[in-house]
Design a protein around this ligand. Sequence first.
Ligand code: F6P
Length: 539
Amino acid sequence: MADLDAAWTRLEDAAKAAGEKRIVEMFEAESRRLETLTLDVAGLHIDLSKQAWDEAGLEAALDLAHAADVESARAAMFGGEAINSSEGRAVLHTALRATADADFKVGGAPVMAEVEAVRARMKTFAEAVRSGQIKGATGKPFKAILHIGIGGSDLGPRLLWDALRPVKPSIDLRFVANVDGAEFALTTADMDPTETLVIVVSKTFTTQETLANAGAARAWLAEALGEEGANQHLAAISTALDKTAAFGVANDRVFGFWDWVGGRYSLWSSVSLSVAVACGWDAFQGFLDGAAAMDEHFRTASLETNAPVLIALAQIFNRNGLDRRARSVVPYSHRLRRLASFLQQLEMESNGKSVGPDGQPAKRGTATVVFGDEGTNVQHAYFQCMHQGTDITPMELIGVAKSDEGPAGMHEKLLSNLLAQAEAFMVGRTTQDVVAELQAKGVSEAEIATLAPQRTFAGNRPSTLVLMERLTPQTFGALIALYEHKTFVEGVIWGINSFDQWGVELGKVMAGRILPELESGAAGSHDPSTTALIGRLKR
Ligand code: F6P
C-alpha cells in the first residue's frame, strides 16, 4: 500500500512537471519518443506520442501500474476468479472469443464446452435463417430482424452492425431500445411483421424498457399472424431462461449466456445473434478472432509494451495527474459513429464508482466523462471548444487507413482531416504567426491587437491516435477488446470493481414508485419539486 501511495505521488509530481512542458518540445528532447510510444497490435497502429507525458511521466505511470499489481489482477481475471466481488462473479467475456481448446474455468469448472455449444447453436440458427430454411409463420423467409434490448443488450450489437453491415443487406436489422414508444413506432412503421424475426435481448429479462418493447412487438406480430404465428417470429437471449419461457419463447429459440459475462461485455455472446444472422457467421467469427488476438496480447505482453495498459495509463496521467475530467473519442469513420455511446457505457458504467470493493472511498478521481461523435462532423460542432476552450480535453482519434467504400477521393479527404486535427491540437498556432499573416493582409495594428489573440491556438492538447489498417471484423474486434482491457486496467489502478453497476438501481426503483402515481393517481411522497411535476403531468 505504501508503495502504491508513493507511486501515486510520483505520478502526480511527474505530471505536474510534464504539464509545464510542451508536447512538441518533448519530441525534440526525447530521441526515441515515437518508437517508444507507438505500437502495432492485432491490426491496430496506436500512437501515444502526442500524449502529455514525457519520459519521466511515462516511467512514473508504468511504476504506478506495477505498484497497483496490474499483472496479478490480469491473471485473476483470465483465471476466472470472482473479481466482481460485490456480486461474487467471475469476469470471463474473454472466454467468449477463445477457441474451443482454451482453458477457461469458473470456480474450477471448465466453461469452453458450454461456450462452444451455444456458439454452434447460434451458427446453425444464423445459417438457417439466412438460407430461408427457418421461415416465418406464413412460409415467407425472414427479410428483417427487430433487435430489442437496451444498454449492454443494445449498444454493442448496434455498433457491430454499423461497423460490419453490408451496404445492401439481404436481411435488414433494426434496433429498438427506448421505452419512448416513438422509437418502436418509427422503427417498425415500414417493417412487415410477416417477414420480421423479433429477437428480445436481456441478460436479466427484467428490464422495464425491454419488456415493454417486447410486449409491443409481440402484439404487433400477433395482429398480423395470430398468437401462435407470433411465437414463430420470436427468439430470446438471456441468462434467465425461466423468464424467457414465461414470456412464451420456445426453448429452441432461446440462446443463453452466463452470469460471468457483464451486460456491457456481452456483445461477444448470443447477445449479438441478430448481427450474426444479418451479417453472416464468418463476419461474427472474425470479430471474435480479432478480440482473441487482442486478449492474447493483453494477457502476455509486458506492461511496458502492452497496448491496453499504455492507453489506460495515458488516461490516468491526464485524469489524475493533470486533472482533466473528460475525454473525447472521435472515430473518423461513419461506420464507427456510435463508438462513443458504446464507450460511455463501457467506461462510465464500469468505472463510475467512488468506493472500492472494501467499502472505502476511492483515493483518487475515477472515470471521466466520455463523449464524442464521428469526424469530420464534430469539427463543425464542438471542436471549437476543444481547440480554444479554457479546459483541455484529451482526445482519442480513430482512423481507418484504407477503405474502398464510397466515391473515389473522399477517403483521403477524411484522413487529411484526421491527421490535421491531431497535429493542430498539439502544435497550435502562435500569436506571432497570426500577427505576421494579418500584417501581410494589411490589417491595422489596432485591429491586430484584438484579433491576434482570438486567432491564436495555444495547442499542447494531448491526443491518442488509433489507426486500423482496414475496418474488418478482426480489427473491429481488436479495437473493442482494447477498450475493454483499458477499462479493466484503469479500474485496477483506481482500486474499484469495474464489473458491478449499483448506481443504476436507484432511478429504476424510483421510476417504479412514480409509475402508479402517473397511471392511476396513487398517492406518493416526494420532494416538493417532484410532487409538483407529478401533479402537473397528472393534470
Ligand atoms: O441499467 C443498466 C443495465 O443493467 C446495464 O448494465 C445493462 O446492460 C442494461 O441495464 C440492460 O440490462 P438487461 O440486459 O438485463 O436487460
